[in-house]
Design a protein around this ligand. Structure first.
Ligand SMILES: Cc1cc2nc3c(=O)[nH]c(=O)nc-3n(C[C@H](O)[C@H](O)[C@H](O)COP(=O)(O)OP(=O)(O)OC[C@H]3O[C@@H](n4cnc5c(N)ncnc54)[C@H](O)[C@@H]3O)c2cc1C
Length: 596
């Protein structure tokens, strides 16, 4: 059976030494997050992931969810017990406001726990994950009455949440959606329509399910400007919070899919179901964006989680599996062959994944810290910068971490040879589970378009200038430090590539938007590489400082070697990305559709 061990030590190092979270006492909630509290939270969260969530991961994949004739959906054996342990420990409300029963701790801490949970059991982690997203949307756009009634049981995990956007004929292009909302005359609406692919749409883990549904109020304008957001509970809720009658929403079927079998993916039928408007009429997409942005970061974390889980298992296998002899002579002469970890090509694979994971973890925590700054600082300038950086990095975290997360799961599977292809070892599940993260929450091609079409030009390119400014400051501050040279030089080259790509697009894509569309994915990866390279620069600096303290330096030496590998073997990919972007759209678009 595959194993999982939450990367607690690495996360503690990143939070304290690389991100300096403890020095952020000016941010609301951070004063409570003392080093001791953070460590205790991460250690307990790690134990939960290792001992409760991971052990039901493979069985959940094999059994999957079942829809019964009466429309009920049951989750795999053991999921309910694991879910109860998760919400019973208060993990769902870790960074939710105390006013609604949460603990008000930093989002950066919650993000670390999200990585542990999704690495241990992606399918299970989605039930509380979606609930957090729905609660976040209600926090920002819900009325006080909606918050008071719905948030406490959601934060407690007694009720879960969903997001209902997709319909059979529309996924990316939500302007086409048809689900209707007719006013009932008492402030509520009758919601009618069909939603597909709704994660956690029906299940047996909670007493109630709070669906956030995009629909069009009768007479609303066509397109995205006529979409509103509604709260539609599975079971109607009385004013005192007790449960009333069943609402007109039901699960028509569940999908049989490639992965995340333990998470129910439902067709949801809304048959004049009673719903309440969340936020303003016709501004539903705006309200849903709170949930979508939250979810996009969480999905990026899922990519990292699967990459880490696959890596840990591949390391164990590579140390155990005996095949061939080392190129430099037998390393285990007493055995019939050496363990495959002696082979440079196996090492290359492991180093590639490891070097990505450690920087990706830093990047998601850094982005989560921007979210904390955005929501918790009193300083307007600091808030604006955090908003810019988070907006810019959200599609990158989603797109790059899930593309690479899947690729890494495949690479780790490869180290098992044929044993990776059979289900017994669990590597196939990591690959299958990781695949969805590239698709949902906006397919990765759409993330790239969001980056290049919306985030990049916004406010005259201010966010990108801020990001590049931070990279340049880092390069300048460390340019004279010889020990940092292996990090500073490659990062400078990569940042130059990013600058040139940005300039090329500014000069060429205005007149011909297809240049932007054809280069979008490369640009997203180019920015991702520079962001990950910057994280390695910061990690290296912190590791050098720890190494200088003396004692056993092996951990810091390993960090520095891993970082050097990234700088030498992964970061130069920026040149390839730049070359592709500069080639423009001509060859990409030259053939007529009929020629395909
Ligand atoms: C397991 C699973 C769980 C899901 N969970 C949820 C959920 O909880 N709630 C929910 O609402 N939805 C959910 N979805 C739906 C998911 O978000 C959509 O499938 C996804 O957004 C893509 O939409 P689509 O499938 O209609 O593909 P399409 O929109 O048809 O896109 C097909 C392809 O065309 C590309 N494309 C489309 N338009 C453009 C464009 N303008 N420019 C460039 N490329 C373009 C896309 O990138 C994609 O590769 C889930 C899906 C699955 C499979």
């Amino acid at each position: 059976m595959p194993h999982y061990r939450a990367p607690v030590e690495d996360t503690l190092f990143l939070l304290s030494d690389v991100l300096g979270v403890h020095g952020r006492a000016n941010l609301a909630g951070f004063a409570d997050a003392t080093p001791d509290v953070m460590e205790a939270v991460l250690r307990e969260g790690g134990k939960l992931a290792d001992a409760v969530l991971a052990p039901v991961n493979q069985a959940g994949d094999r059994e999957g969810c079942t829809r019964h004739a009466d429309g009920r959906v049951t989750t795999p054996a053991g999921f309910k017990t694991a879910y109860d342990a998760y919400v019973g420990g208060g993990w769902l409300g870790l960074s939710m406001p105390e006013a609604f029963g949460g603990q008000g701790l930093p989002q950066v801490l919650n993000t670390a726990i999200q990585e542990f949970a999704s690495g241990a059991n992606l399918a299970l982690s989605m039930y509380p994950g979606l609930t957090q997203g729905a609660a976040a949307a209600l926090l920002v756009h819900g009325s006080q009455a909606q918050k008071d009634l719905y948030l406490p049981p959601m934060v407690e995990g007694r009720w879960t949440g969903t997001m209902n956007l997709t319909e059979p004929h529309c996924g990316t292009d939500l302007g086409l959606l048809r689900t209707r909302a007719a006013p009932n005359g008492d402030g509520s609406y009758a919601i009618t329509g069909t939603k597909i692919f709704i994660s956690a749409g029906e299940h047996d883990l909670s007493e109630n399910i709070v669906h956030l549904v995009l629909a069009r109020i009768e007479g609303a304008p066509a397109g995205t400007k006529g979409i509103s957001l509604f709260l539609v509970p599975k079971v109607l809720v009385n004013e005192d919070g007790s449960l009333g009658a069943r609402n007109g929403v039901s699960c028509g079927s569940i999908e049989h899919k490639m992965g995340i079998h333990g998470n129910s993916t439902c067709v949801m039928n809304y048959d004049a179901a009673t719903g309440w408007l969340v936020g303003e009429a016709n501004r539903g997409l705006n309200a849903m964006f709170v949930m979508m942005n939250e979810a996009r970061l969480a999905v990026g974390v899922q990519g990292l989680g699967q990459s880490e889980a696959a890596y840990q298992n591949a390391v164990a296998y590579a140390k155990d599996r005996l095949q061939g002899r080392s190129l430099t002579g037998a390393k285990a002469p007493d055995k019939p062959a050496d363990p495959i970890i002696v082979h440079p090509d196996v090492r290359r694979t492991l180093m590639q994944i490891r070097a990505f994971n450690e920087a990706a973890r830093a990047l998601v925590l850094w982005t989560a810290l921007q979210s904390d700054i955005l929501h918790r600082t009193e300083d307007a300038q600091e808030r604006r910068t955090a908003d810019d950086l988070m907006g810019l990095m959200t599609p990158v975290v989603k797109g790059v971490l899930t593309d690479r997360g899947f690729a890494n799961a495949v690479e780790a599977q490869q180290l098992y040879g044929g044993h990776g292809y059979v289900e017994e070892w669990g590597m196939s599940q990591f690959v299958r589970d990781a695949r969805i993260a590239m698709i949902y929450e906006g397919a990765n091609g759409i993330q790239a378009m969001d980056l290049i079409g919306r985030k990049l030009p916004k406010d005259g390119g201010r966010a990108m200038m801020t990001f590049l400014g931070e990279v340049q400051t880092f390069l300048k501050d460390n340019g004279e430090d010889e020990a940092m040279a292996p990090f500073v030089r490659p990062l400078k080259t990569a940042a130059d590539d990013l600058q040139q790509a940005t300039m090329w697009l500014m000069q060429n894509a205005m007149g011909k938007p297809e240049h932007a569309g054809a280069g979008a994915s490369d640009y997203m990866h180019l920015l991702g590489l520079v962001a990950l390279g910057t994280m390695w620069g910061r990690i290296a600096k912190a590791a050098l400082a720890r190494k200088a303290e003396g004692g056993d330096t092996s951990r810091w030496d390993a960090k520095l070697v891993t970082g050097r590998f990234f700088m030498e073997r992964t970061l130069p990919e920026t040149a390839l990305r730049l070359a592709r972007i500069r080639s423009g759209a001509d060859a990409t678009m030259a053939l007529d559709a009929e020629a395909f």
